[in-house]
Write a protein that binds this ligand. Structure first.
Ligand SMILES: Nc1nc(=O)c2c([nH]1)NC[C@@H]1CN(c3ccc(C(=O)N[C@@H](CCC(=O)O)C(=O)O)cc3)C=[N+]21
Ligand SMILES: [Mg+2]
Length: 307
């Protein structure tokens, strides 16, 4: 199998996410028919960063397309922390809103962790609240961050049972690296979390059966860092100049991951592409968390969303 021309199977996150969204849409329609309950998501964005505006519009459209209520709150860059906290308090109190997402990054004059921790943990569909981080760490039901949740769904769909596999996670953020470590521990992986101070990162990565790249450095992880037959989850979404110098000179860009995809594909057994891998799963899991939060708010057991 491991011939020099061996080529990894691409993990089609876009297709898996589309299937998941279909299952969520069906489950949400049944929730409305049986209990008169329509899941509602509020997205809050502060300032007018163009990339953030695109993500937020996308989230709103996807939420509506899944038959859920979608409210977007666009606030000025100069909004005070007190005004933002007041909006969150009103969303916490709104019984028609089951999920609240505050788009990150926030402007520098706002303390992001104070804002995230003001969200009702049971409406925290990003899973960023300290209570949800704690629930995940001790194995209590809660809301799990969307990118790690979607990544583990792809891993289980690709590999089945993950128990005993060595997972190396490169990146220790509260948003991806740390919750990913908790989820993979819960799947009985042996988990190593690496970061910028890790010594001899290539050698460590070569011991990984599952390699998760979440560092935000374009194509940092090279083909010779990868164990033959490994499964690679590339969480990076990095905008870099177009590969075509003429287009690059015109300011055109392309999106690449944290893994050098072409090189890695020669060594790995399975790999998520960028785009079309983890990113679409993040949005699908946001809808899944909104559906789950709506069910729990009414004491209803959510339907399984498994494939
Ligand atoms: N509170 C909060 N929660 C978030 O989940 C959050 C956030 N703030 N701030 C910004 C980041 C970014 N993010 C993405 C989600 C999906 C794609 C996605 O679907 N990307 C596509 C297209 C990539 C492209 O071409 O640009 C893909 O990977 O295939 C990208 C980025 C969620 N974020
Ligand atoms: Mg992707």
């Amino acid at each position: 199998m491991a011939s020099p021309s061996a080529h990894a199977a691409i993990i089609d996150g876009k297709a898996f996410a589309a299937g998941l969204v279909t299952r969520i849409t069906t489950a949400a329609a049944r929730l409305r028919a049986s209990h008169g309950l329509t899941p509602g998501l509020a997205v809050v964005i502060v300032g007018d960063d163009p990339a953030s505006q695109i993500y937020v519009r996308n989230k709103g459209e996807r939420t509506s397309a899944a038959g859920m209520r979608s409210d977007t709150h666009r606030l000025e860059e100069t909004t005070t922390q007190a005004d933002l906290l007041a909006l969150i308090a009103s969303l916490n109190a709104d019984s028609g809103i089951h999920g609240i997402l505050v788009q990150l990054p926030l402007p520098p004059h706002i303390d992001a962790s104070a804002v995230l921790d003001a969200i009702d943990p049971d409406k925290d569909v990003d899973g960023f609240h300290v209570v949800n981080a704690g629930r995940l760490a001790v194995g209590l039901p809660g809301l799990v961050p969307c990118t790690p949740l979607g990544s583990v769904m792809l891993l289980k769909d690709t590999l089945g049972d993950l128990s005993g596999l060595h997972a190396v996670i490169v990146g220790r953020s509260n948003i991806v690296g740390k919750p990913m470590a908790q989820l993979l521990l819960a799947e009985s992986c042996t988990v190593t979390v690496a970061h910028s101070r890790t010594r001899d990162l290539p050698t460590l990565c070569r011991t990984a059966d599952i390699l998760v790249a979440a560092v935000g450095r374009p194509e940092m992880i090279r083909g010779d860092w990868i164990k033959p037959g490994a499964t690679i989850i590339d969480v990076g979404i990095n905008r870099v100049p177009s590969a075509d110098p003429v287009k690059a000179a015109e300011g055109r860009t392309r999106v690449v991951g944290d893994v050098a995809l072409a090189e890695a594909s020669e060594v790995a057994a399975h790999i998520t592409p960028v785009p079309g891998g983890v990113g679409p799963m993040t949005i699908a899991c946001l809808l899944a968390n909104t559906y789950t939060a709506a069910c729990r708010s009414a004491g209803i057991e959510p339907e399984t969303l498994d494939a």
